[in-house]
Design a protein around this ligand. Structure first.
Ligand code: SF4
Length: 252
């Protein structure tokens, strides 16, 4: 019995030593893998119509925050898998020289809610309820703690509102609706979960709103994408991508 205890304590010691010896990079990767495994098991919100969708354990200095998956994403098991994704990835290709594969392999995808909320009575995707947003916020806080990102890109009003006081930033007296014109095309310094990072919001690329297609939305969206392309975190990510996957980047 004593021998058995001794043997087990030796294994425990060996494991602790092994974890201590692991590089910070590997530890963060391990933490992220564990996080995703837990996230995928989450069933906190009874009103949600799918299980959680994740873009995978991508160790990155950049996070893209969507609003919530639509009906296709849970089936295809990746965020931005349908029409909104087509526009989003076209933006990244055009302004940052990164195609969809490059973006998915190098940028961490999160969302305000990770499950499909279902449809509302008018047939459009239901906006997640405040308690669902609250339930899901701990997943995002944990991801910010693990990744400590330098740049966060919230996509769409609901995602932007999780990071900045939109009314204050837009110089408006009421908190909603606020003007996207005062938020898109600008870089903010934001703080969440105890960490500070740059924030460059994008409008939602779904076809539901034409805001990003007409002036001034079109110009402001282009300005925001140029800010993302010029950000140090994006430039370093591209250098890293080119060194590990020569030829994957589009020509500028
Ligand atoms: S929306 Fe978020 S908190 Fe709610 S069940 Fe899905 S993963 Fe869990």
């Amino acid at each position: 019995m004593i021998g058995d205890q001794y043997f087990r304590s030796q294994i425990t010691d060996h494991r602790s030593h092994f974890v201590a010896e692991m590089s910070i990079e590997n530890r963060e990767r391990l933490e992220l893998n564990r996080h995703i495994a837990q996230l995928l098991k989450c069933r906190r919100c009874p009103g949600m119509k799918s299980t959680p969708v994740s873009g995978g354990a991508i160790k990155s200095d950049i996070m893209i925050i969507g609003q919530a998956p639509g009906p296709r994403e849970p089936v295809l098991q990746r965020p931005f898998a349908h029409t909104a994704g087509k526009t989003l990835f076209r933006w990244f290709e055009e302004f940052c020289g990164m195609n969809e594969a490059a973006v998915r392999s190098k940028i961490y995808f999160a969302a305000v809610c990770r499950c499909f909320p279902g449809k509302n009575s008018s047939g459009t995707d239901r906006v997640p309820a405040p308690d669902e947003i609250r339930n899901c916020s701990s997943w995002m806080d944990d991801e910010i703690g693990i990744l400590r990102p330098r740049l966060i890109i919230p996509v769409g009003r609901l995602a932007i509102m999780q990071f900045i006081d939109c009314a204050k930033s837009a110089g408006e007296a009421v908190s909603f609706p606020y003007r996207l014109e005062s938020l898109i095309g600008h870089k903010f310094r934001a703080k969440r979960a105890g960490y500070r990072f740059d924030l460059i919001p994008l409008p939602h690329p779904s076809g539901a709103s034409p805001w990003h297609k007409i002036l001034p939305g079109r110009e402001l969206t282009e300005r925001a994408l140029k800010l993302i392309a010029r950000h140090a975190a994006t430039r370093e990510l591209k250098v890293n991508l080119e060194s590990t996957n020569p030829g994957i980047l589009m020509q500028d």
